[in-house]
Design a protein around this ligand. Structure first.
Ligand code: LLP
Length: 421
């Protein structure tokens, strides 16, 4: 459930007509609903309320400071994968003891920044990283809490570019080698083993891969405890999928996911961390755009809109589908047409949907790409020198611009022409 619905024939974000946002901010623009964010975060909490837990929002899904502040104020922890994300989480007011640092290539400056600023735990992804962190922490005269990310070799049955738990992916330490690596970690200075970490992929629409992976984590935890390690936390990653098509079977709910966690690792008595991103913010956002032209092609019509692959990369990058809906609700029985919905960027890949059915639309009409709150704005670029897409947050009947569209002067001023040119 989200808060983007038609009222009186006009699509709203909560109580704000999207046409009002378009008139004030222009298009394309991302629009998020505070009520949907709050609701989705609450669902994960509720799913884990049977145990000690921390829901760490995966900052990579949406790193706008206002979104992080909203979630942080609700009590969310943050899962970060770079020094930049760490700084964003802190700038949004999230204390270090609620920030988990994941990622396969943490640099020394990034790790130092997190140690100095405060950190809940590092999720270690490789032996070289483990040794580097040990050296660093020891040289700073401190000890840092660590979990080791294990790769359980489980097929998450998702898009190949976002599956992370198979042995041929770059992530984590093969689970078969985990005991050896934990033994080394225990012997290294500067590290305090607190848990085990796993993340098998994103946009999972089936709970079985979780069941298999978490059962392996439970076995490993027992073995590690038998080896003498104090495993008190399990970080079970993120990845629960969202419905991208309204007419499709919906993926499992957070509450069902919470049950799988209870069944597989519940009896170990560990504190549970999870790192959902998409499920919290995906359907809490839309990308609002305008039609520029309706162009008749050879045997097909193109709806050329003012959003492009640089604003919403997922269709070009993963062949992803985002439902497109008109902002003015079509009358029952209104004429429909088939269009290819495309952006203005000079690549054929800049196609959002092919041969899709929409009501008759004309230049300047507004449309919304649904389910665009996760991995939308964060993956945007200025390709084709298109200004970085702005973001708006709605709460009830008011809204605020939470990232302004840069001016062309801003964009040009970032480049420097050397004196000698
Ligand atoms: N934790 C770790 C260690 C991750 O690598 C990820 C996502 C998450 C948590 C959050 O997963 P989520 O709950 O959002 O599925 N750009 C792609 C998605 C990449 C996901 C990468 N890792 C897309 O647009 O589909």
């Amino acid at each position: 459930m989200d808060h983007f619905n038609y009222h009186g024939g006009a699509l709203h974000a909560e109580d704000v007509p999207l046409s009002r946002i378009a008139a004030q901010v222009g298009t394309p623009v991302y629009v998020y609903s505070a009520a949907t964010l709050t609701r989705h975060f609450g669902l994960f909490r509720q799913a884990l309320d049977w145990t000690d837990h921390l829901v760490c929002f995966a900052v990579k899904a949406n790193s706008n400071l206002a979104v992080l502040k909203l979630l942080g104020d609700l009590g969310a922890g943050m899962d970060v994968v770079s020094g930049g994300e760490y700084r964003r989480a802190r700038a949004a007011g999230v204390p270090g003891e609620r920030i988990v640092f994941s990622g396969v290539g943490k640099t020394i400056p990034e790790m130092r920044q997190a140690i100095e600023g405060g950190i809940r735990q590092f999720n270690i992804e490789s032996e070289p990283e483990m040794r580097a962190l040990s050296d660093l922490a020891a040289s700073m005269g401190t000890e840092v809490p660590v979990a080791i990310r294990v790769n359980p070799d489980v097929d998450a049955r998702t898009h190949e570019k976002i599956a992370t738990g198979k042995s041929d992916n770059k992530f984590g330490i093969p689970i078969a080698r985990a005991r050896t690596v934990y033994a080394e970690a225990a012997a290294l200075p500067g590290l305090k083993i607190v848990g085990v970490d796993v993340h098998i992929g994103s946009q999972l629409t089936d709970l079985d891969p979780y069941r298999v992976a978490y059962a392996k984590v439970a076995d490993l935890t027992r073995a590690l405890r038998a080896d003498g390690h104090a495993i008190t936390r399990l970080d079970l990653g993120g990845g629960l999928g969202i419905p991208y098509r309204r007419d499709n079977n919906a993926p499992p709910l957070p509450i069902e996911y919470g049950e799988v966690i209870r069944e597989t690792v519940g009896e170990l008595g560990c504190e549970i961390e999870i790192e959902p991103g998409r499920n919290i913010v995906g359907n809490a956002g839309i990308l609002l755009a305008s039609v520029i032209y309706l162009k008749q092609g050879e045997g097909r019509d193109f709806l050329i809109v003012d959003a492009a692959m640089n604003d919403l990369l997922r269709p070009a990058m993963y062949g992803a589908h985002h439902d497109i809906v008109p902002v003015v609700e079509p009358a029952v029985g209104a004429e429909v047409r088939r269009f290819d919905v495309v952006g203005p960027v000079c690549e054929s890949g800049d196609t959002f949907q092919k041969d899709t059915q929409l009501p008759m639309l004309a230049a300047a009409d507004l449309i919304a790409f649904r389910s665009a709150g996760a991995y939308g704005a964060v993956m945007a670029s200025e390709y084709n020198s298109r200004p970085l897409v702005p973001e708006v947050l709605v709460s009830g009947d008011h809204f605020a611009v939470i990232r302004a569209r840069p001016t062309f002067e801003d964009m040009l001023s970032r480049d420097t022409i050397p004196e000698w040119l």
